[in-house]
Design a protein around this ligand. Structure first.
Ligand code: ZN
Length: 358
């Protein structure tokens, strides 16, 4: 039952509140009709009916007034990222059936999301986000496996869930905006109910996400082969750790003590590429990843579980990374400009932090 409710929310997003609103309207209609015949009973139940109706109206307003989310990544069209688009098309057989957007952001990660507007009445719009560090550090083979994993999420219809859940939570929270919990009883009841509901929803969602990750890994393995999928998994784990140790941790320290903004992240990544990919330390990082303590709040299963899911009980032998995917997947101009642009954005932000700190 719980899973069913969650699935409805993940499918319908904020529109999942519509049945609740409809129910509240029906209760009000029945109550108004009862007013004539059973006046006393109607008056006695008024303190119950009105808060339910107010909360439902608040939900409905919250639903209508939700602002759309704006992204702050770079949108890559087919001219700037021809190789990446070709790879996506090649791996995704349902490509022609939906609208697509390809974004590039600054994370060492990739993700895929989907918006189907008006509860899925219109064609779905799929947005894939690929991190620039991923394109710089990994080679084409590994990026292909990562994209196959994202495409599997879309094909298994995992994609709309996250966005829809966030939408639903935001729509529900709007109730508290219209019914102030400090001032009204409706608000107080709504806050108590929402709090336990959101806690439950998030817990269920994390469990479902972890299952989805394992399914997407298997989907990727079907497309690119088990060895390639496992290689990408190991590289993501190991390079991710190396990137944090060699670039992000030192950078964080420098920002804290700096008067001027330190050297920005992409300049450092490009400079230390050989070190990040160095086979010895990378193998050690992969092994350490196997026994790393798992965060219970994570939406991803632990590294060892994901490898086991692909049939590996230990770190497999993998080919070294010698080239950058970005050289094949983006035009040279786009590759250069993008790193420079992200670094410039970062420099501005860092300068502001540093100035505040002084
Ligand atoms: Zn995934």
């Amino acid at each position: 039952m719980n899973r069913l409710v969650l699935k409805i929310i993940l499918r319908l997003g904020r529109y999942a509140v519509l049945p609740v609103v409809a129910l509240a309207c029906a209760i009000l209609a029945i109550w108004l009709m009862a007013m004539d015949r059973y006046t006393i009973a109607a008056l006695v139940t008024a303190p119950l009916v009105f808060p339910i109706f107010t909360a439902a109206v608040a939900l409905a307003i919250g639903l209508l007034l939700l602002p759309s989310r704006k992204h702050r990544s770079f949108e890559a069209n087919e001219e700037t990222a021809p190789g990446l688009w070709a790879m996506w098309k090649d791996l995704d057989h349902s490509f022609v059936r939906s609208n697509r957007t390809l974004l590039i952001d600054t994370d060492f990660n990739a993700s895929i999301g989907e918006v189907s507007r008006y509860a899925g009445l219109f064609r779905r719009h799929v947005t894939m986000t690929v991190g620039l560090p991923l394109l710089i550090i990994l080679d084409e083979r590994a990026v292909r496996a990562v994209i196959a994993h994202e495409v599997a999420h879309a094909q298994l219809r995992h994609t709309s869930g996250g966005t829809n859940l966030a939408d639903f939570i935001a729509a529900s929270e709007n109730v508290l905006f219209y019914a102030d919990p400090e001032q009204t009883i409706t608000g107080r009841i709504a806050r108590a109910l929402l709090h336990s509901m959101l806690e439950w929803l998030e817990k269920e969602y994390r469990a479902l996400s972890r299952e989805n990750e394992l399914c997407a890994d298997l989907g990727a393995a079907e497309q690119v082969g088990r060895t390639e999928a496992a290689r990408a998994l190991v590289l993501m784990e190991a390079c991710g750790t190396r990137l944090t140790d060699l670039v992000f941790k030192p950078l964080e320290k420098e920002v804290l003590g700096a008067i001027n903004a330190p050297r920005p992240p992409f300049a450092r990544i490009l400079e230390q590429l050989e070190d990040i990919r160095a086979p010895g330390p990378m193998a050690a990082a992969a092994v350490a990843g196997l026994s790393r303590e798992h965060e219970p709040d994570s939406t991803h299963p632990p590294f060892d579980k994901r490898l086991a899911n692909l049939g590996y009980t230990e770190i497999p032998e993998i080919d070294e990374v010698r080239t950058s995917a970005i050289d094949r997947l983006l035009t040279p101009d786009a590759a250069r400009d993008l790193a420079a642009r992200f670094d410039e954005d970062w420099r501005k932000k860092a300068q502001a932090w540093v100035s505040v700190g002084m």
